[in-house]
Design a binder for this molecule. Structure first.
Ligand SMILES: [Zn+2]
Length: 87
């Protein structure tokens, strides 16, 4: 399996086999994020969805999850100054 230097954990790790979603974001993820960090996000997103009762059929909920995902993966600096509970 191919490896990449992950931009999130800064380690050389297995790469995702394919983009986990379509579009530019999916391409960025597959090219910069290791499979392990992606798996971590999958776990975290599942918890977020349960915790906040997010409905992925609703565009605003999907947009919110996508925003959190970008922060999680380090694509965007967190904008909200509030305390972010470390996982
Ligand atoms: Zn990583």
């Amino acid at each position: 399996m191919a490896t990449i230097t992950c931009s999130r954990c800064d380690k050389s790790k297995d790469k995702l086999e394919e983009a986990p979603m379509g579009g530019e974001l999916g391409t960025s993820i597959v090219e910069t994020i290791c499979a392990e960090c992606w798996a971590e996000w999958r776990t975290t997103s599942g918890q977020l969805i349960n915790h906040h009762g997010l409905n992925l059929g609703m565009p605003e909920h999907r947009a919110e999850l996508r925003r959190v995902m970008k922060e999680f993966l380090g694509f965007e600096a967190p904008t909200a100054p509030g305390p972010e509970a470390p996982a």
